[in-house]
Write a new protein. Sequence first.
Length: 240
Amino acid sequence: MVISSGSGDASGSPGNASGSPSEVRNTQSGVVLGSSLQTGAVHGDVHVHLAAETTAQSAVDIAAVLQAALGSPADVFRREVLEQLLADLEVVHQDYLVMFESLLERTPAAWEYQTPDFAARVRAVAELLRRLRVVYEPVRVRVHATAEALRGTAVPGPERAFVDTVLAYFPTGELRVDEEHHPWRTSGTAVLDHLYRALDGELGQELGALVAATLALHRQRWLEVCRSYAALRLGGGAGA
């Protein structure tokens, strides 16, 4: 590091008597020797110059710090995949809330089971459910497929726990926590089954309660997903 006085001027100074081509004159700070670089920082009447070699080493150190903060390319990619997985599942969760809240508003109450228009209203609810289910079906499929692929790779423990909660978010046919699981059935499919059974005279008085329980189930599982993701990031996983 070279420290030069600010007493030099444009006409020359003892520091430049040799007229060496390796010297560069600075009218404010005097002579800057050889390959030294001026930082531009002024302290009183003194300029501080940083050698080019030191500057280059600093750049290398900064790059190393940034790389350590970001993680390896694989870590960065995996973090981006997990972040997108959470964002996609949030869209799916919002879809489920809208879908089942709409059904809950239209589902006949228990005391209406014997009314003349009960069957027509149940058919209308079933048709609404069929239409709403297809809106975000591609996103649901992508979320599930991505989570399954991640679970099949050698991911760290916190990441695996998060992926497991994402997969557990999707009910496998149960509409209540105490119902039997059925592989390859979503909660929407299960609700449709109950609606059709109601049209056949079964379980009509339970429809509203089943839809409400399904809403509660999705909210609870979304909460578990958020908790596992928070634990993942706070624990330093996924390149956090």
